[in-house]
Design a protein. Structure first.
Length: 346
């Protein structure tokens, strides 16, 4: 039986008693990079007809394996005891994001053009959109709500509301200019890579052509010159700028985002933590984590709740699994704020 390092610590004796295998599934997701405190809204959708943003913001992919404890595991007393030794946020991390599970369940029920948005607040709002006229969606509302609710309840979440709406995204065709720039982006990436350059991406949509390269690629002037010539040969006369990326830092930030998304979901979805939002800032290999709450400084329960939040986060981030990851022993600052966004000093 293969069990990860987070489970191994302190439970070798339990493992010898377990007869039922622990089912593990893996899930991969792209994490969009952010570099500032922000309101976190998580969306899962399969609607390919939505108009794409034309600014070609670059997205780095971070792939992680996430194990999920199946329901059968918790029917076994030994397995349940073993799971109880995992910190709460560690358990959240080991499951697929709630929105992903919702999407898969609804897709399995043959719903189409599914869009799911998770927005933190005083309560977490799960908004589900599906294909169909309003009348059709109204007929399905009860069933969809029941599916989503069962997923959230199975995780012990109690701080949420569910809304169901018709997904009326319209297909907006590309303009001729957009078609031309889309084709040029593909040509630039292909031609520059054929010349042996290490290219992450190309964005010709703005007033300047932007080429994204890793910090290890040193042929800066050559890339700019070749990009200009390739564009000119394709009827585009724009200046060229380079966006130089430290790929190691990007990888670390993406790994942090995997952990922070679990922290956000786990804390905001339970009333006891009184968390309304979260954000982060990552600079100079130092992470600042911001946890926003609905509490006042003088609330009688504030200190106890803040201590509980700190304990959950610190326990998760100091776990063996996290320490063995790409972020290793990197330092972080934890800021837990009141409703006026003032830090608690507990």
């Amino acid at each position: 039986m293969k069990v990860d390092n987070l489970l191994k610590k302190g439970i070798e004796k339990d493992m010898e008693q377990i007869k039922a295998p622990l089912s593990l599934y893996t899930f991969a997701e792209n994490i969009k990079e952010e570099n500032m405190k922000m309101a976190m809204s998580v969306k899962v959708t399969n609607n390919a007809k939505k108009k794409k943003k034309r600014n070609f913001k670059f997205i780095s992919a971070a792939i992680v394996g996430i194990g999920i404890l199946t329901g059968s595991a918790f029917l076994n007393p030994s397995m349940a005891e073993m799971a109880s030794k995992i910190p709460y946020l560690g358990q959240v991390f080991k499951q697929k994001p709630a929105t992903q599970v919702m999407y898969e369940r609804l897709l399995n029920e043959n719903y189409q053009d599914i869009g799911i948005t998770e927005t933190p607040g005083d309560v977490v709002n799960y908004e589900v959109r599906i294909k169909g006229a309003t009348e059709e969606v109204n007929r399905e509302r009860e069933n969809i709500t029941s599916i989503v609710e069962s997923i959230l309840e199975s995780r012990g979440y109690d701080n949420y509301k569910i809304t169901v709406k018709a997904n009326r995204s319209e297909y907006i065709p590309l303009t001729e200019e957009e078609k031309k720039m889309t084709e040029l982006a593909s040509i630039l990436e292909k031609e520059l890579k054929l010349k042996g350059y290490d290219i992450i991406g190309a964005n010709p949509f703005d007033s300047e052509i932007e080429i994204r390269i890793p910090a290890t690629e040193m042929r800066v002037e050559e890339i700019k010159a070749d990009t200009f010539e390739i564009a000119k040969m394709n009827g585009i006369n724009k200046s060229v700028k380079l966006d130089i990326i430290d790929t190691e830092v990007s990888a670390r930030q993406n790994q942090w985002m995997n952990y922070l998304s679990s922290i956000g979901e786990g804390l905001a979805s339970k009333k006891e933590f009184k968390v309304t939002n979260y954000g982060f800032s990552y600079k100079n290999q130092k992470m600042k984590i911001f946890i926003y709450t609905s509490m006042n400084q003088n609330d009688s329960f504030a200190k106890e709740t803040v201590v509980k939040i700190k304990k959950e986060i610190q326990s998760f981030l100091s776990s063996e699994e996290v320490r063995n990851s790409i972020i290793g022993e990197e330092t972080y600052e934890l800021h837990i704020t009141d409703k006026k966004k003032q830090d608690f000093q507990f």
